[in-house]
Design a protein around this ligand. Sequence first.
Ligand code: G3I
Length: 350
Amino acid sequence: MKTLKEAYKNYFTVGAAVSAHWLDEAAETVLAHFDTVTCENEMKYNSIHPHDYQRPDFWAMRHGEKPAPPEITRRERFVHPALETDFSAADKIYNFAMSHGLKIRGHNLMWHASYPWGIFEQLTADELMTNTHEHFGLVAEHFPDCYCWDVVNEAIDDKHGGYLRDTVFKEKFGEDYLFEIYALARKYFPNAELCCNDYNEFDPVKSENILRLVTALNERGLVDVIGCQCHLNAMMEQKHFDGVRRGLDKYADLGLKIHITELDVNAIDWKNPDAAPPEDLQRKVAETYSKLFAIFRDYKGVIENVTLWGVSDKYSWLNHFKNAEKRQNFPLLFDSEYKPKEALQAVIDF
Ligand code: G3I
């Protein structure tokens, strides 16, 4: 059997998101099948600058309910994140990649879901900008060889009629903040590709907004890659696959590279999550992957990298999604024992 990277060597590089806590058990599979890696969590702000101010679980709250802002202690460490850093988990993955000649994508520099919640809100715009400079500088110094960085992750609003997501960064820095932040990323990461990474990227309304943002960034020379996360599912119908193609067509017209950054195929029907999974579930997952990779192959030369959001079904964020604590999902190419699944075979045989 060919490996995944052998099968795709004339198309695009293939990658996997990995986590420090299971990297050792996945290493053999990663080295055999993948050209690139991404840290699933370890390069995010909250991992590099650990703190106790986690984002509240807004899903679990009543509509309109808002937790009180936490009391800030030792403000200095939030203005100057260099005062408290922990690179150990990210180092493990970065050093693994470097020592084995794998390329590594940086994920991510700024994200509304990874910062000291309620604390940044209490900083002045100048203080938050000082923080941003310092954080970007530290990351650039520590991980000089990430070939690409997701700059401001998921900056587009989900609400129809909206454009940019309301975040603490937009609130402090103003509506045009993305130009400033991408320009900073260019300054600190002059040799890396800068990626605008988002989800639901094939929703017709959202994709228009992504195009609007990427076009504006591109006019200023601030972006190189459009990141399509591709958190998809096994219930997709033909019209959805057609939507993927239409979306890729639109993005390809911009002349930038495309990365598929977080591909997985959810197998649970969230409208009825506790129903017994259909018997042909694994087959459906395999067929979905097969159709998706057939589309991706048609964009050879535009798609530079396809990254799976994990390696084995044993560890996937989808096993925990929507309070699905301990519910096993089947979204990846290897089973919980790292054995190749039908889905892997389906992607390799073309
Ligand atoms: O490390 C702690 C552990 O000590 C603790 O016992 C446990 C209890 O819940 O939590 C652990 O941290 C969790 C972490 O994943 C590591 O497993 C966090 O609670 C959990 O919020 C975190 O979720 C990650 C999520 O991003 C938020 O950062 C997922 O693993 C990760 O797959 C997911 O990835 C995102 C991309 O970055 C952006 N696009 C969407 C994608 C999927 O949500």
